[in-house]
Design a protein around this ligand. Structure first.
Ligand SMILES: [Cu+2]
Length: 313
């Protein structure tokens, strides 16, 4: 073994050197493989993430659509409940045809709801269409369009119109046929009906009980009370009501009045109770009181005219 010792050392060196080179090569290869794996892993992660994001987006979209559907359904149901309590008038056929129709008009929580339902209408030529109108005074050009009516194959048509503010002064409901000529005035009257001028504006006000999951939670005795505003102020000036009751303010004076809760001028004591504009003679404003509290009020255009509504449980 003695002779081998001399050789053994350089041999070991060579082996170590080879191992070193080999190790070096091996290390570089391992590094390359690791890098490849890392890139592959990152790519996979990216795909997984993208897929997750896409799925989350699709879920959100689906939820949004379902919410939209629900909202549309609830809105439709609300409309039906409003129209069930609205004023209704029969529409006369103005061209001696065989069509029939009805028109509805209501004021609910500051919005005007209007509907025309017709049957037996004839198909129009070319690009002509049926259009609804509410007219106050045709001579003074005081009218507005309530939109196009889509006609079904059988000649039935329905037109629904909702707008901010009280438009129940517009008592003549008309359905016209319109050539597609861009003329913004009503053309040929096809059907017409007039809501009686004897009706007061408060007759158009609709009050609904609140509904949650099909159950009435509002007080079953919810009712409507009237306060008139004259030059001497609110009449009655104090009123006791129950939660859920609606108060209809009618201006009986020749000058404008603006009912609102205290404190002038911010009107935040009973939030929402504020007509937000001066009411003209005969005009109404209604507010449903949903909280049991005292609501002192005033005329915003003449703050010395005061009153109080006490809302009880
Ligand atoms: Cu005020």
């Amino acid at each position: 073994m003695k002779t081998n010792k001399g050789i053994a050392f350089p041999v070991i060196l060579v082996i170590l050197a080879l191992l070193g080179v080999g190790g070096g090569v091996g290390y570089t290869q391992i590094k390359k493989i690791a890098e490849k794996r890392r890139v592959k892993f990152e790519e996979e992660q990216k795909i997984v993430k993208e897929k997750e994001m896409k799925e989350a987006g699709e879920r959100a979209e689906k939820e949004k659509m379902e919410m939209e559907k629900k909202r549309a359904f609830e809105e439709k149901e609300l409309r039906e409940r409003i129209f069930a309590k609205a004023q209704v008038v029969d529409l006369k056929d103005m061209v001696r045809g065989k069509s029939t129709g009805k028109a509805w008009l209501a004021l609910y929580e500051g919005k005007t709801y209007h509907r025309i339902k017709s049957a037996g209408l004839s198909k129009l030529e070319g690009t002509s269409f049926y259009e609804g109108w509410l007219i106050k005074d045709a001579k003074k050009d005081d009218f507005f369009s309530t939109g196009k009516m889509e006609l079904q194959e059988n000649g039935d048509g329905i037109l629904e119109f909702v707008t901010e503010g009280d438009k129940t002064f517009y008592r003549t409901a008309v359905l016209t046929s319109e050539p597609n000529d861009g003329n913004p005035k009503p053309d040929k009257h096809i059907q017409e009906g007039v809501f009686s001028s004897k009706l007061k504006n408060s007759d158009f006000v609709v009050v609904l009980k609140e509904i949650t999951e099909g159950k009435d939670i509002g007080p079953s005795s919810a009712s409507t009370k009237n306060i008139e505003i004259t030059s001497s102020g609110f009449s009655p000036a104090t009123l006791d009501i129950k939660v859920g009751d609606t108060v209809i303010f009618t201006n009986r004076d020749s000058v404008q009045h603006w009912p609102a809760s205290e404190v002038h001028p911010s009107h935040l004591l009973c939030a929402g109770f504020d007509s937000l504009k001066g009411l003209n003679k005969g005009e109404t404003y209604n507010f449903t009181f949903k909280e049991a509290k005292e609501c002192p009020m005033h005329d915003h255009l003449n703050p010395s005219l005061k009153g109080k509504i006490k809302v009880m449980q």
